[in-house]
Write a protein that binds this ligand. Sequence first.
Ligand code: ATP
Length: 366
Amino acid sequence: MWYVPCVSSGKRIAVIPGDGIGKEVIPQAVSVLKATGAQVQLSYFDWSADRFLADGTTVPRDGFASLAGDFDAVLVGAFGDPRVPSNVHAKEILLGMRFKMDLYANVRPVRLLDSSLCPLKGVEPKDLDFVVIRENTEGVYVDSGGIFKQGTADEVAIQEDVNTHKGVERIIRFAFEYCLQNKKADGTSRSRVLMCDKSNAMTYAGSLWQRVFREVSAEYPQLKSEHMYVDALCTQIVRDPRQFDVIVTNNMFGDIITDLAAALQGGLGMAASGNIHPGKTSMFEPVHGSAPAITGKNIANPFGAILTSAMMLAHLDFSPEAVRIEAAVLEAVRQKKLTQDVGGNLGTREAGEWIAERVRESSSAA
Ligand code: ATP
């Protein structure tokens, strides 16, 4: 048996801590999740570098089919381990989940909880509350291309950027629907969708994105549609993040923009994400990776993983429980109950336990 069901009932969640700090932050996210009292059934999977090194398995046979068929959501830590330099297991597990389960929308909220966390001058929580919707199944990550004459002076490396009409259309539509259906933290409506590309240089893919964005945006006249080239967007995010609401972009630009944006929230340790296909089993993971340099020291920030569990609960219709987690994280930030990467002096476990205790209190009062 490659997963271990536990006792309670309700929504079924597969938990895959993975490697490195994933194995430290996910237990904290799970104990916070349990503290909400949400009716969930957790099953743990050992897909990881340890498993790969022990028996050569990256993903067991029918693994993705089981995740998609037997579970309502998947909670993931991180993959990557210096003992597996090829990173083959990480690629097969993480990209496998995104591609084979067709989790086409990577949703990354960028929200500042306290001005002390932002490296920019004069930026307050009300100024930084946007969402990046990153296309998750196409682009340069599909592994199409090749190397010719490798190791010679004539070496040629080609990495294809794959953009399909279906893929571009559904991610742009997702962004408009997200904008309509989600509010900002202060309760005000979202109203603007900005498409980010590099269509001045990448003209073929750019023309498809531009055309589809125009077509889909015409169906949402109540929302403002905007456009920026990715280089300009990076400048503007740093110069004035207030101007952004919902950003939709391709796989690679989304990857880069969200690391930059995470720095404005307090760093990679604070950022949450969901890999979503509406109506299908979706997967939730903190934005950070396995961070081998800080693994095993009880210093990793668990807040990204904890906020990820809140995102997952909201997705599973446990909105009050998600709100209680977010409120406890906000309180921890205000009271400086933080790990050292964001200016505190707590360890991973201590920071996680502080949040779990607050959530337990608010859940019993609810
Ligand atoms: P991977 O190869 O799995 O992506 P990585 O170390 O290259 O791992 P990240 O895990 O994204 O990339 O982390 C980069 C750096 O950011 C880490 O070395 C660490 O300093 C910091 N970092 C990332 N996540 C956290 C966290 N949760 N808490 C504290 N610092 C973090």
